[in-house]
Ligand binder design. Structure first.
Ligand SMILES: [Zn+2]
Length: 135
């Protein structure tokens, strides 16, 4: 039963194609834009369309950063900046931003941009190569 389930999950959720730069930019923009909206709601901040667009534009950029740092020149290009360890660090850094001397909107923007970066790792994680743990 477990084997059948695993086979089903692999068939259903594992991409066989590597996401390209445009795909990462789009996923990053959506992730950052949504994070902006969710965080504004969570923190009782008034969301503004132009800020949401800025978050989305920023997410399109942070969404491609891992492949800028480690270009997809071969199937084993994913190293430290694609690692689960670095992704966890980005997440932890976004969490720690709460304690910085920034406005609520700046904190929301930092989290949104982090979401763009993390969306890249999430998309790459669905491919057969997955992500390295630490390097
Ligand atoms: Zn990548």
């Amino acid at each position: 039963m477990m084997l059948i389930n695993n086979t089903f999950l692999r068939y259903r959720y594992v991409n066989t194609d590597m996401p390209n730069r445009n795909t990462h930019a789009i996923i990053g923009a959506i992730s950052s834009g949504l994070t902006y909206a969710v965080e504004c709601n969570r923190k009782n901040q008034n969301p503004k369309p132009e800020e949401m667009l800025q978050a989305a534009a920023g997410g399109a950029i942070t969404g491609i950063v891992p492949d800028v740092l480690e270009p997809a020149t071969n199937p084993n290009h994913r190293e430290f900046f694609h690692s689960i360890l670095f992704g966890a660090g980005v997440g932890k850094g976004a969490q720690k931003a709460e304690k910085l001397n920034l406005t609520e909107k700046q904190k929301i923007m930092l989290k949104s941009l982090s979401a763009g970066y993390l969306s890249h790792l999430a998309a790459d994680a669905t491919t057969p190569k997955g992500l390295p743990v630490a390097d």
